[in-house]
Ligand binder design. Structure first.
Ligand SMILES: [Zn+2]
Length: 292
């Protein structure tokens, strides 16, 4: 075959926090750092897919290219704002994603935004137009709780109020439910089922951790949609072992170890992989398998 497809390979799910002109706090990334990282992904053959598409294994990436999931936590103003004419303000994450897509044909402009009550600094009169602009333009809205507490050790009712309260608000503003959730601080509640669904209020299809490594493929039998790893966007700084475990280091690693990376076969209906990886395929996808 022309491309060495491996749809049982790893997928980087990148985790961004504040995007600001000049980083001030740990986890901040500058607008230039975001632009440079997205450009690197585009030039490296990556194509963004949403978190919801990823957890369900439903995405259409051209042959020989690699899926990447871009996630932005905490809905801070640097992620998104509309100007008076109704276009994304320059230097917001959304504007930067659109610019990189324009400069790199084939780089699909999409990302998943994990929202809490800050809602990009929009008040309730601005939020409906803002959130619906994102949805209409192919961006995904996810749930990240109302007030961003650690859910670890919290009683069931409070876990459900934090998640359900945010879900109620998103539904009220957009008319639509979210499909994925990200734990604040990556902190897991005493019972994960409390976060996964509450009857009638929320029912997710996948949950993301904070994490330190790329995700395994959604077609891998070990893939756990309730505990999906993410990689912090950061250069190879000493803090938190970013010399090995943040995005710059992992993207270099995957470039150097292409056999470990997810490479698409170009057909969303088949799951293609080298025969040596065959026993890793999840049973539910056997009907779509193409081993070579
Ligand atoms: Zn957060």
């Amino acid at each position: 075959m022309a491309v060495k497809a491996n749809e049982l390979g790893q997928v980087p799910v990148l985790m961004y926090h504040r995007i600001v002109p000049k980083p001030e706090m740990s986890l901040d990334r500058s607008t230039k750092e975001l632009y440079d990282e997205l450009t690197r992904l585009a030039k490296g053959g990556y194509v963004p897919v949403t978190a919801a598409e990823f957890v369900n294994g439903v995405f259409n990436v051209p042959a020989g290219r690699h899926p990447v999931v871009l996630t932005f936590d905490d809905s801070t103003p640097g992620h998104f704002a509309l100007d008076a004419a109704g276009n994304p303000k320059p230097d917001t994450a959304v504007a930067i994603i659109l610019r990189v897509a324009q400069e790199n044909p084939g780089f699909r402009p999409t990302a998943t935004f994990y929202l809490n009550k800050e809602l990009f600094g929009m008040d309730d009169t601005q939020a409906p137009a803002g959130l619906n602009w994102l949805r209409r333009h192919g961006f995904e809205l996810g749930n990240h709780t109302v007030s961003h507490p650690s859910l670890a050790g919290m009683p069931e009712k409070r876990v459900q109020d934090e998640i359900g309260g945010m879900e109620d608000r998103i539904v009220r503003l957009t008319g639509a439910h979210t499909t994925t959730f990200a734990y604040p601080f990556g902190a897991v509640p005493r019972k994960k089922a409390w976060a996964e669904k509450e009857n009638g209020r929320y029912a997710f299809q996948g949950i993301f951790l904070a994490g330190w490594r790329p995700s395994i493929s959604p077609f891998d039998e070990d893939f756990d949609r309730w505990n999906i790893d993410r990689v912090r966007s950061e250069g190879k700084i000493k803090e938190n072992d970013c010399t090995r475990y943040c995005s710059t280091a992992w993207l270099e690693y995957l470039d150097k170890n292409p056999d470990e990376r997810y490479t698409s076969d170009g057909d969303p209906n088949t799951v293609t992989f080298p025969r040596t990886a065959e026993d890793r395929l999840a049973k539910g996808f056997r009907g779509r398998a193409r081993a070579y």
